[in-house]
Design a protein around this ligand. Structure first.
Ligand SMILES: Nc1nc2c(ncn2[C@@H]2O[C@H](COP(=O)(O)OP(=O)(O)O)[C@@H](O)[C@H]2O)c(=O)[nH]1
Ligand SMILES: [Mg+2]
Length: 403
């Protein structure tokens, strides 16, 4: 299954712009809170150096793209409507918007770093709002949403059936959380990390329940912080202040800049590979002096300063650093690195580091193939691989099965 990234943030922080810029879709963008009522979907790509380079092959990818030796691997994005404080209680259609996030593997918090929008996304005196507060309130809303799903209306009645934490409690809790892509592993790890492993569930206090919800949320839907609108002077100041208070990584970004560059690129006025720290003007005659000035500013104040618009950095950080994904290339011919139709290095899959070969086959290729699995072969070394082999980044694998 393709990874799903949920884009969250208060109204007008730039979520739709971020989605449009990374996918070049055309979702309505506006200054008015709640322009986005239905979630908008898009497909973006994350980059990884392709194995075609090390093997000196010319590939023809099927499930991805390869540009100058860089694989562009699809990821799904979902832009949900703006979340306001008390969203978990239903404020601003909050419940509906939070439920849209159920299937997300990771969340990207687009922060309005300018400080000129209040918590509900309405304009306020510039600089009067501290964006750090948005980080706190939004994280809390997501945690409280989890808590609500866990405790429902009947937590006391529910927990009475369990005198201590056992398999049946973990299974029952798993059922409550089944819509959220939460595994028994997540549930157990959160019990351990919250020190609640040996506390009888019907003795958990409200605080225990919150801490458990928070830790479970951190494990199952981590939040990546993005300081958007970094093209504004006030944002630079605010980012400094946020970094003093907040130890988590925060990635500076200008979604609007990416959007502008990709539009010029679509019209072939500039050449720009998204994620790169520079662009080249191909048709200066199509640009008026004001546009030329804007592009100059983008080059100097964004690209040179931050090494890019930030969008690709966000994906790279989310997928490879936080979700710990690696790239695996299945093939059927270990000498030519092709599939059955002679496509060289046709597919690449993102999977979690440490995944066993048999689980990879079952989840990403075919359960039938997993059921009749004999062994795998590492196409680079031609070595046999057993079902418990732990896959590594850039492995090229052939599966031998009895079917
Ligand atoms: N200066 C600047 N403005 C931005 C940026 N990203 C979005 N905006 C503006 O912020 C406003 C709200 O954007 P939108 O994407 O509709 O926000 P959403 O409500 O979070 O989806 C629009 O006027 C955008 O042009 C950015 O990186 N820099
Ligand atoms: Mg929007």
């Amino acid at each position: 299954m393709t990874l799903l990234i949920g884009i969250i943030g208060k109204p007008s922080s730039g979520k739709s712009t971020f989605l449009n810029a990374s996918c070049l879709t055309h979702v309505e963008m506006s200054e008015l809170p709640f322009t986005t009522i239905k979630p908008n979907k898009g497909v973006a790509t994350v980059r990884s150096k392709c194995v075609c380079k090390e093997l000196n092959l010319i590939d023809n990818p099927q499930n991805s793209l390869c540009i100058n030796g860089v694989r562009l691997i699809p990821i799904n994005l979902l832009d949900v409507a703006g979340l306001v404080p008390d969203a978990h209680k239903g404020k601003g259609l909050g419940n509906q918007f939070l439920n849209d996030l159920s299937k997300a593997d990771i969340l990207i918090h687009i922060i309005d770093t300018t400080g000129s929008l209040d918590k509900t996304g309405n304009r306020t005196i510039s600089g009067s709002h501290d964006p750090y507060e948005d980080i706190l309130f939004l994280e809390q809303e997501i945690n409280l949403w989890y808590k609500k799903i866990i405790e429902r209306e009947d937590w006391n009645k529910f927990t009475r059936a369990f005198s201590r934490i056992q398999k049946d409690f973990i299974r029952a809790l798993g059922e409550r959380l089944s819509g959220l892509r939460i595994t028994p592993y997540h549930i157990k790890r959160a019990l351990k990390d919250s020190n609640l492993e040996s506390k009888n569930p019907n003795e958990w206090s409200d605080d225990d329940l919150y801490i458990y919800s928070k830790i479970l949320r951190e494990i199952s839907k981590p939040i990546v912080l993005v300081a958007n609108k970094i093209d504004k002077d006030s944002s630079i100041e605010n980012l400094k202040k946020i970094k003093e208070k907040n130890k988590k990584e925060i990635i500076p970004c200008s979604a609007l800049t990416e959007y502008i560059l990709r539009q010029y690129e679509e019209q072939k006025i500039i050449s720009y590979l998204p994620g790169s720290p520079s662009f080249e003007i191909l048709k200066p005659e199509k640009l008026n002096p004001k546009e030329l000035e804007t592009l100059d500013k983008i080059k100097e104040k964004i690209l040179q300063e931050f090494g890019g618009t930030g969008i690709q950095k966000v994906f790279k950080y989310a997928i490879f650093d936080i979700l710990e994904q690696i790239c695996v290339y299945p093939v059927s011919d270990i000498n030519k690195f092709t599939d059955n139709n002679n496509n060289v290095l046709p597919d690449v899959f993102l999977i979690k580091k440490g995944t066993k070969l048999i689980d990879f086959v079952r989840d990403k290729i075919h359960s039938d193939l997993a059921d009749h699995f004999i062994h795998g072969i590492d196409a680079k070394t031609k070595k046999r691989l057993g079902e418990n082999y732990e896959l590594s980044h850039n492995d090229i694998i052939k599966i031998v099965s009895a079917k």
